[in-house]
Ligand binder design. Structure first.
Ligand SMILES: [Zn+2]
Ligand SMILES: [Zn+2]
Length: 332
């Protein structure tokens, strides 16, 4: 089977991913092997490939938004059978016994396994994953439509929960890439007024078309104080700009695994029980809740499809802001 492998992180314009051919995968005990149909391309993949996110293992196959069909079932797997559609997202394993795992916070497990970071991911024709971490993908979504739900969607949903936004509340979204596009659809479904800050005029236009109450740049203030905000932009100063726009008691959920330095700011911005919270990974509970909700709404994803062989190109286009919606690699 063919896969795209990262040996040495380097600027994506140097095309750091290389195609390699290996034997078809064998499932270990408790694992399933999935024939990958589609794998989303995420900003986290770009950060890993370029070295902004330190690799956990090398070489590694990136990719953590995988949709495909079960090809092999390992010993002891009772809940999956050949041919079933399965998804793999970022959280691909947790210890199950630490205090976090035992209290419904497996997203914080120190021994968690992450697809495409600490184990080989979905930029490949096959992936092996623990069967109890594989996800059921709602049948209404095609493979390429479903892939972007599995990272940006699930983590965006967790970020909304962390932000504490309530039905009908005033929500700020800072950055309007693939994850924010999905979070906005959830917030709109919850009857929230959504205020979108982004540098990109094209993204501002898209936000208005999707029903945003207001758009502006990161330095602009929305016309009303926000109840909560989620920041998606991987830039620390954006967190401070969001903080300037939330009302007393409001929370900023920072949806970033890697962020540059947050600039110093005066305590008066935080005063009034405002909170800054990071969003780390997700739990299987978040994933199941979000996928049900995505089918109920139903959420529309905008896949921008590339063949697996063009993984470097997809990452370059993502970096250059040229991806319309969400980039997805397909193996077919
Ligand atoms: Zn991701
Ligand atoms: Zn644990």
């Amino acid at each position: 089977m063919r896969r795209q492998i990262l040996e040495t992180p380097s600027p994506v314009t140097a095309r750091p991913l290389h195609v390699s051919e290996v034997d078809r995968l064998e499932p270990a005990e408790g694992e399933i092997v999935i024939d990958v149909a589609a794998c989303g391309v995420c900003r986290t993949d770009l950060q890993l490939v370029e070295g902004d996110l330190a690799p956990r293992v090398l070489p590694v196959v990136p990719g953590h938004q995988v949709v495909g069909r079960v090809a092999r079932v390992g010993e002891g797997v009772a809940d999956w059978s050949m041919g079933q559609r399965a998804g793999v997202a970022w959280l691909a394993g947790a210890c199950g016994s630490c205090e976090y795992c035992r209290s419904g916070r497996e997203n914080l497990c120190a021994d968690a396994v992450f697809a495409g970071w600490s184990s080989n991911g979905g930029y490949a024709q096959q992936i092996a994953v623990r069967s109890d971490f594989a996800l059921r993908v709602p049948p209404m979504f095609s493979d390429v439509e479903a892939a972007p739900l599995l990272c940006g969607g699930i983590i965006g949903y967790r970020a909304l929960k962390i932000s504490g936004i309530q039905q009908g509340g005033r929500l700020g979204l800072y950055g309007f890439g693939a994850s924010a596009l999905l979070a906005m659809q959830v917030a709109t479904y919850w009857s929230c007024d959504v205020f979108v800050a982004t540098r990109s005029p094209a993204e501002q236009e898209r936000a208005i078309a999707m029903g945003a109450a207001w758009t502006g740049s990161y330095h602009d203030r929305p016309p009303v104080a926000l109840d909560a905000a989620v920041t998606f932009a991987p830039a620390g100063y954006v967190v401070v700009e969001a903080l300037k726009s939330v009302a007393r008691g409001g929370t900023i959920a920072i949806n970033a695994i890697h962020l540059d330095r947050i600039p110093e700011f005066g305590y008066d911005l935080l005063w009034g029980e405002r909170q800054l919270r990071s969003v780390a990974n997700f739990t299987r509970q978040d994933a199941a809740e979000f996928l049900d909700l995505a089918a109920e709404i139903p959420i529309r994803t905008m896949p921008d499809v590339y063949p697996l062989g063009d993984a470097n190109l997809a990452l370059i286009r993502l970096k250059e802001g040229l991806v319309d919606g969400a980039a997805v690699l397909v193996t077919g």
